[in-house]
Design a protein around this ligand. Structure first.
Ligand code: ADP
Ligand code: MG
Length: 271
């Protein structure tokens, strides 16, 4: 905890907003399924990996690892842009290629109802699905699964037991997020962009809540900064450590409740 003011503040929080990837999950997703729609499986993975080569997002690392295992050679990309909380786009082999959230992919190339229902089925299993669009065609889909941290459920319960509301704020798809929220027993808000996460923190504050935001800071440094107490966790972005008021170093969700308890006991001792 960075200083006395933070130590005092943490014991007073009334709502804890958690990030999903790398915070409540281990943050090492594995590719479980590659689905070929307009392109063959190897192309789907090759295109996605080429785009992800410059990204530090956990999903990017999963895709690159899989392409490495299959020893695919990656085509060069030009004009690449990461779109925070959405995905990555670039030009590959002369065509505009995108990999990212189903919602954003749908704005580039709509999926058929059969394709959508295949993706939904994977979401219901708690898997995150990124869609690959090549030109105006849905090339395929890549599903990834990230394990929950072993103490995630217990760590959230420890907060609710002392009267702190716990909420999951995620950019992931609604069905995936709800499947995970159900396993954890907490309220979920999904399909959020980085600015939406920040706005929700602000809304809570307007309603009189004292807000903690816990996350790795990849794409959501603004929400971390906006919270009354920003807690960095998951070792993601260095910016998180700089922006945050406190940091959890060993990925223990239970440490949030431990910080609250330490704060309360310290304040009692001082008084
Ligand atoms: P979270 O809230 O879990 O931290 P993000 O806001 O980082 O999630 O991303 C939201 C969604 O956008 C992901 O579930 C994924 O579908 C898509 N996405 C974001 N970045 C990438 C990327 N680099 N590669 C593939 N998909 C991505
Ligand atoms: Mg994130």
């Amino acid at each position: 905890m960075k200083g006395g003011a933070v130590l005092e503040q943490i014991g007073k929080i009334t709502v804890a907003c958690f990030d999903k990837t790398g915070t409540l999950t281990v943050g090492k997703p594995q590719v479980t399924d590659i689905i070929s729609f307009g392109r063959n499986e190897a192309d789907v993975l090759r295109f996605a990996a080429a785009l992800e080569a410059g990204s530090s997002h956990p999903l990017a690392k999963a895709i690159l690892r899989k392409a490495g295992e299959r020893q695919l050679s990656l085509p060069p990309t030009s004009d690449a842009n990461a779109i925070g909380g959405v995905g990555v786009r670039a030009v590959v082999e002369g065509i505009e290629v995108f990999v990212g959230s189903p919602k954003a992919a749908g704005e580039r190339a709509p999926m058929t109802s059969e394709q959508s229902s295949q993706v939904s089925a994977l979401n219901h299993e708690g898997k995150t699905v990124s869609i690959v669009v090549a030109g105006h065609e849905v090339a395929g889909a890549i599903a990834m699964r990230d394990e929950l941290r072993p103490d995630a459920r217990a760590g959230l319960k420890a907060l609710t037991e002392v009267g702190i509301k716990a909420v999951l704020l995620t950019g992931d798809n609604r069905r995936t997020a709800n499947a995970i929220g159900e396993q954890l027993g907490i309220e979920v808000q999904s399909e959020l962009l980085p600015e939406d996460k920040q706005r929700i923190v602000g809304q809570f504050q307007k309603e009189g809540w004292l807000v903690a935001k816990i996350g790795d800071g990849i794409n959501d440094a603004p929400a971390l900064a906006a919270a009354d107490v920003g807690i960095a966790m998951g070792g993601g972005a260095d910016v998180a450590l700089e922006t945050a008021d406190a940091a959890i170093l060993h990925g223990r969700v239970l440490d949030v409740a431990a910080m609250v308890d330490l704060s309360k006991r310290t304040m009692i001792n001082i008084r």
